[in-house]
Design a protein around this ligand. Structure first.
Ligand code: UDX
Length: 436
């Protein structure tokens, strides 16, 4: 099947490449000439494990193409995916749909055949209806259908998530759209990935509900971590103790510095705006957002407390800047309010991130970027682990301790044990692991 993918951001590029890898012919379109030129030269616009080689393999086989010419991408296409960004709109937290509607308008003028237009971008409930109306108004041919097919890809694991999904969700209002999407995902059917067909509006809302629920699990365990510290209990054991109950599940119960990234913060806000417009209270979700915002703001205070109540004149090593490992994405990363708080308190910061430096540098003009974790630790009063990159999991703690001026290890991801840290001569503060 021939497929056009509009948008070569993280979702569009990963989805387009994986669909090509299934054997479909995919043309990825983007307005950004530099991005397309880069892709044509084999340069990835994002850092995602395994992506570069998968793109290369499919380009070589002639199944994956890149262009800025939408009309060319549409030639013979039976489905057109829209995978452009839907960032938070400044001021009100609503999803900004201007890129989506701009793509639809352009599309409407070019469509000749009754294709299926599929939203992959996360869009508020009812957007599919608006797209269908706009296509009609702008003269798209009869028989064009609009479907919703939200993505559930985690950055850093996006290819595996695409190829081994827990489920594929398709919201469609007609048989033609359902048939085309079933054909597109047939390779996954054979792997017994459940494919769920719902109404279009339900699929749109389900994506937000999934992200809000996961965000809720994280905020829940973070609150439990605070309670564990107050009453001298251990949140890691608590998480396992509740998670092994199948009704709860062990995943997304890692206490930490609060969630960040391209999805949870913006999607929870957009869900709240949708609910507000519908006149429906969403007390749980709004509390989740509040708890998370407060948590991220509180992390600098944790470091201050670990250092005896003042940051003035302290040298802090920050390990990990991206919002999570295996990505260079800095969007809403907990490291941002943390470092701002450290600097505001009078500390100096030396930071190291395995791949995020380029994205992080413009955000932190006042800090030093080290070449490795060890260099960041040189002369530090405290080492703070903010992102659990694999290479931080097995540091030589004796070496780290020997390089430091002080001896405080603040582990905001609970990747070390107190006993191991103490054995190396470090003082240890984790998250929710007994009374500090
Ligand atoms: C998320 C969803 O998982 C994915 O399905 C959706 O399509 C996009 O949003 P992503 O943002 O890439 O993916 O990362 P994810 O692994 O979900 O982590 C999100 C944030 O939650 C990170 O900041 C992470 O550190 C934090 N997190 C996650 C925790 O603090 N604790 C956990 O137990 C899990």
């Amino acid at each position: 099947m021939r497929i056009a993918m509009i948008g070569t951001g993280y979702v569009g590029l990963v989805s387009g490449t994986c669909l090509a890898d299934f054997g479909h012919h995919v043309t990825c379109v983007d307005k950004d000439q530099a991005k397309i030129d880069g892709l044509l030269a084999g340069r990835m616009p994002i850092w995602e494990p395994g992506l570069e080689s998968l793109v290369k393999a499919n380009v070589e086989r002639g199944r994956l193409e890149f262009t800025t010419d939408l009309a060319k991408a549409l030639e013979g296409a039976e489905a057109v995916f829209i995978a452009v960004g839907t960032p938070s709109r400044r001021g009100d937290g609503h999803a900004d749909l201007s890129y989506v509607f701009a793509a639809v308008e352009e599309l409407a003028g070019l469509l000749k055949d009754p294709v299926v237009v599929v939203t992959k971008s996360t869009v508020p409930v009812g957007t599919g209806d608006k797209i269908a109306a706009l296509l009609k108004e702008k003269g798209a041919p009869d028989g064009v259908s609009v479907a919703s097919n939200p993505e559930f890809l985690r950055e850093g694991a996006a290819i595996a998530d695409f190829k081994h999904p827990d489920r594929i969700l398709v919201g469609a209002e007609d048989d033609h759209a359902r048939q085309v999407l079933a054909e597109i995902y047939r390779p996954l059917f054979l792997n017994r990935a459940p494919m769920l067909f719902t109404g279009r509006r339900t699929a749109e809302l389900t994506k937000y509900a999934a992200n809000a629920f996961l965000a809720m699990k994280i905020s829940f365990i973070n609150e439990m971590a605070d309670l564990c510290e107050a009453v001298d209990a251990d949140v890691q054991d608590l998480a396992r103790g509740i998670g092994l109950d199948n009704r709860i599940g062990t995943k997304f119960l890692h206490a930490g510095a609060g969630y960040g990234g391209s999805c949870f913060p913006k999607d929870t806000l957009a869900l709240l705006r949708t609910a507000e417009e519908a006149g429906i209270r969403q007390d749980l979700v709004s509390t989740v957002v509040e708890v998370n915002d407060r948590r991220k703001e509180a992390m600098a205070g944790r470091v201050r407390d670990a250092l005896g109540g003042s940051l003035a004149g302290k040298q802090i090593a920050v390990l990990g800047l991206t919002f999570k490992p295996n990505t260079d994405d800095m969007r809403d990363a907990p490291s941002i309010p943390l470092i701002q708080g450290l600097l505001a308190g009078g500390a100096s910061v030396a930071a190291f991130d395995p791949v995020g430096r380029e994205q992080a540098e413009p955000l932190f003009p006042g800090i030093v970027f080290a070449k490795c974790a060890e260099e960041a630790a040189d002369g530090a009063d405290a080492v703070v682990i903010v992102t659990e990159w694999d290479e931080f999991r097995a540091l030589d703690l004796h070496d780290i301790a020997g390089r430091m001026r002080g001896n405080m290890l603040v582990d905001l991801r609970n990747i070390y044990d107190k006993a191991d840290a103490e054995e190396a001569g470090l003082s240890y503060r984790g998250i929710g692991r007994g009374r500090p």
